[in-house]
Design a protein around this ligand. Structure first.
Ligand code: FE2
Ligand code: FE2
Length: 295
């Protein structure tokens, strides 16, 4: 294969509750994204977490059926809204995999877990999710996971490696976690073949760099925010092309669709929250106040 074409989808937040997730019907937004992805016809689809909104079995049944209908090879990894047992138990289909790595020609794709606070690793019992994992939202990598990633990078024979995660490094405000960027810098080390990182979680479409490696953030297929302009954005996704010389092209695709054309200006306190200047409790109080005002 001369080059590998990949579509990244993130933060699907499939929900069985009326109103979906943050006032959008995420099954409807996903279906619209899926129509575009079928036209793109990539070699592979990577889903970088928050697949279910509350990590429930019936949410994974919905998500699994929707991803299966893409009729393309799909690889999934967990976000803070995902619970590992139902994700692994319910999501896989003939075209949907949850394996941790994938080799295609000279490239290796590593599907990492950045949910450091999401659970406990026990040498005999394996991984157990924390019940409040949804709220433990900041990125970080366990010692076991960091060791696994380092071994894949140091001992593998691929020419080029791509790391897919839920949490992007280089986050600020509420997306920042002390130590996470240092872990990424450790993985980047001079001799590793790591060419780029792609993640989700921020529900935004931005490009930055971490420890000298390009780091791409994928929009949500449901609700997105332009954090600079404080605007609500339409659903979106990312396209990637991986070349055999190690180059990567990527672009964000926003869904231009009249159903989600309104780019509402968000109130200033939302920016304060995302900048880490407001606690979760203060944010919830402001939300309750705002919903009271709007009736
Ligand atoms: Fe999310
Ligand atoms: Fe997330």
């Amino acid at each position: 294969m001369a080059s590998i074409r990949v579509v990244q989808l993130s933060d699907l937040h499939f929900s069985t509750k009326p109103g979906g997730y943050m006032l959008r019907d995420t099954a409807e937004t996903f279906a619209a994204v899926a129509d575009r992805v079928r036209v793109d016809a990539p070699d592979l689809v990577v889903v970088t977490g928050d697949i279910a909104n509350e990590g429930k079995v019936d949410e994974y049944e919905l998500a699994g059926d929707a991803l299966a209908a893409l009729d393309l090879p799909v690889h999934c990894l967990p976000g803070n809204h995902d619970f590992v047992d139902p994700l692994h138990g319910v999501l896989p289909r003939p075209n949907i995999a949850v394996q941790r790595s994938l080799r295609i020609d000279g490239w290796v794709f590593l599907f990492g877990d950045s949910n450091l606070d999401g659970g406990e690793h026990d040498p005999t019992a394996g991984w157990t999710d924390h019940p409040d994992r949804v709220d433990l939202a900041r990125g970080g990598i366990t010692t076991q996971e960091l060791g696994w990633l380092r071994r894949q990078l140091d001992l593998g024979d691929a020419d080029h490696a791509m790391l897919w995660l839920h949490h992007p490094p280089g986050g600020t405000g509420m997306f920042e976690r002390p130590g996470y960027d240092d872990q990424i810098a450790e993985l980047v080390g001079a001799a590793t073949p790591l060419r780029a990182i792609a993640a989700g979680h921020e529900h935004a479409g931005v490009d930055r760099a971490s420890a000298g490696v390009p780091s791409h953030v994928c929009p949500s297929t449901g609700v997105c925010i332009d954090f600079d302009a404080l605007l609500l954005m339409p659903p979106g996704y990312r396209r990637f092309t991986f070349h055999d010389d190690g180059r990567i092209d990527t672009e964000v695709v926003w869904l231009e669709d009249e159903r989600w054309a309104d780019r509402w200006k968000l109130p200033a306190w939302v920016a304060e929250y995302f900048a880490g200047q407001m606690t979760d409790d203060e944010m919830k109080a402001r939300m309750a106040e705002a919903s009271g005002e709007s009736g």
